[in-house]
Write a protein that binds this ligand. Structure first.
Ligand code: ATP
Ligand code: MG
Ligand code: MG
Length: 554
């Protein structure tokens, strides 16, 4: 990998092209089941599948693996397409559904029945599972294994005609009940499902299993490299077995496997994510705490940061647990380059600059992004009354407190140096106002601004600032590897402090004018934020994408 810059699957593709396999053609597919929203694990597969097509001038098909109508829905189809586009990939004309191949798959099944390679079994799934045996012990043949071809054909047709209830019959491949590969012990090819399909309606009453659909769909489409995750390694011989029934040898798809993306402090199973959504434990699939692509987008992650993270962890043949800190690092790294710097005060206290004229307003210029000279600047109003963070002031500060304190000076970023002269308190002793004087010679850009003061604070002009709310997110789970805690319900492991809502934050007017959903902002000295779609014209809500520094590492 070091030498070529290719990951190990890309290296295989490069070698195949060199050898002229499949006429030098490269075709991949990304095959999501539309039974949930995509998560960051899927992003890893997307980067691999679409990345190979881009790198080698091939094609990547988007194929919805819609073989189980019970769990599938067009809502998921639409969300999946939106998420792939957001990541920056496109399938062009190459959109397919496994259901496009239902007829071809059915025809192949009938052919295998006629050739004595498949039979209809009437036993319960429990019975079938029990007869499978163990890896070291041969299975027991089903009493249906030698059912005559005509009877199998008749039963299979009647299964599909809707004559039988779900669970009464299955079609099985007749392979080898003693195979050391458990997947070869007469795997189920078709089961009866009566739930209408989101595309084919009630046309079919039998639906193919993954192993009987995937390789053949790859073949029908012309896929050359069918890339999936490591848990499919033991399925590969069966993949080849069914493809062998179709190919004349001039072309065949091949399966390759890489390690799944697993992240600390979250879960990646669609079943569990669906449960969190259904039980209202999160606000939806796109809740900013979710490991979904839509959640990360809403939280303010950029597609670049997700792709950079996937590049950093790479592709191997060994399962691993990836640290969410690495993802957070990639997000910070990219946001530092692209986020527009603005001022927002999260927990405001008023500062009155007593020697500044009552009605005067000065506009000060603020750089939009010191990392990007092309990002320009914006104007921010300065006036007699401003807000600063309550914890940027201390009445009796410890030695190394470099922020504001009685008699001390700080710089207001982009404006003047001020000195605290007084504090005003209410009857309970809470500070309601801080009084300061400013030094008119110290405005940014003036020679007097060169004077050294230890602290620089962010601030907003009180009469110009706009009220808003912020949602502060933290890790969804309180434990590093929730999937590993087998004896606890994963829902008990949720981090109870994963969301805090802060109302009454004050943002500078430029934010109110320019913030858009998804636009990356840096609230200076606070963190990265973006506007949430729950906002409306009268009230802005900001999602905290990430704090400026990793507060979890020591
Ligand atoms: P689940 O098991 O949670 O239902 P899935 O793997 O069945 O998820 P699919 O929609 O079938 O979900 O996945 C589509 C593609 O994404 C597959 O090729 C699969 O291997 C890949 N994929 C899914 N999860 C991950 C992951 N965590 N890391 C890398 N690739 C993944
Ligand atoms: Mg699945
Ligand atoms: Mg799957």
């Amino acid at each position: 990998e070091e030498k070529t810059g290719l990951n190990f699957v890309e290296q295989i593709v490069a070698d195949d092209i060199k050898e002229g396999k499949n006429g030098g053609r490269v075709q991949t597919r990304f095959p999501p089941e539309p039974n949930g929203y995509l998560h960051i694990g899927h992003a890893k597969a997307i980067c691999m599948d679409f990345g190979i097509a881009e790198k080698f001038g091939g094609k990547c098909f988007l194929r919805f693996d819609d073989t189980n109508p019970i769990k599938e829905d067009t809502e998921y189809v639409d969300a999946i397409m939106e998420d792939i586009h957001w990541l920056g990939f496109d399938w062009g004309d190459n959109l397919r559904y496994a259901s496009d191949y239902f007829q071809k798959l059915y025809d192949l099944a009938e052919r295998l029945i006629k050739e004595g390679k498949a039979y209809v079994d009437h036993q319960t799934s429990e019975e079938i599972a029990r007869q499978k045996g163990t890896p070291t012990q041969a299975g027991v043949a089903s009493p249906c294994r030698d059912r005559p071809v005509e009877e199998n054909l008749d039963l299979f047709r009647r299964m599909n005609a809707g004559e039988f209830d779900e669970g009464t019959y299955v079609l099985r491949a007749k392979i080898d009940m003693a195979s050391p590969n458990m997947h070869f012990r007469d795997p189920i090819m078709y089961r009866i499902i009566k739930t209408p399909h989101h595309r084919t309606g009630t046309k079919w009453n039998v639906y193919p299993m993954y192993d009987f659909a995937h390789g053949q769909s790859d073949f029908f489409e012309g896929v050359t490299h069918s890339i999936c995750t490591l848990e499919f390694v033991p399925h590969r011989p069966l993949y080849d077995y069914f493809v062998d029934e179709l190919t004349d040898g001039t072309y065949r798809p091949r399966q390759y496997e890489f390690n799944r993306l697993n992240l600390t402090y979250t879960v990646m199973s669609k079943r569990k994510l669906l449960q969190l959504v259904k039980e209202g434990l999160v606000a939806g699939w796109d809740d900013p705490r979710m490991p979904t692509i839509s959640g990360m987008r809403r939280r303010g992650f950029t597609p670049e940061s997700v792709k950079n993270f996937i590049n950093m962890i790479g592709y191997t043949k060994f399962e691993a647990l990836n640290s969410i800190s690495l993802l957070e690092h990639a997000v910070r790294d990219n946001l530092n380059q692209v986020a527009t710097r603005v001022m927002a005060v999260m927990n405001p206290v008023k500062v009155v600059i007593t020697n500044y004229p009552e009605d005067k307003v000065e506009m000060v210029e603020m750089e939009n992004n010191p990392e990007d000279s092309a990002a320009g600047s914006h104007q921010m109003p300065f006036s007699r009354e401003i807000y600063i963070e309550r914890d940027d002031f201390m009445e009796n500060p410890p030695k190394k407190f470099f922020r504001l304190a009685p008699g001390g000076e700080v710089r207001l970023k982009g404006a003047y140096i001020v000195m605290c002269t007084d504090v005003v308190k209410d009857a309970d002793g809470n500070i309601t106002e801080i009084h300061c004087t400013y030094d008119p010679e110290t405005r940014s850009g003036m020679p007097g601004s060169m004077r050294k003061v230890k602290g620089t604070l962010h601030w907003v002009s009180a009469k110009h600032a706009v009220d808003a709310s912020a949602r502060l997110y933290d890790r969804l789970f309180a434990v590093e590897n929730p999937a590993e805690e087998k004896d606890r319900d994963f829902r008990e492991l949720l981090n109870p402090d994963s969301l805090k809502v802060v109302d009454g934050i004050k943002v500078e007017p430029f934010v109110a004018e320019s913030a858009k959903v998804g636009m990356p902002l840096q609230f200076q000295r606070i963190g990265y934020f973006t506007l949430d779609p729950d906002s409306d014209s009268s009230h802005m809500i900001f999602n905290r994408t990430m704090q400026l520094k990793d507060t979890w590492e020591k």
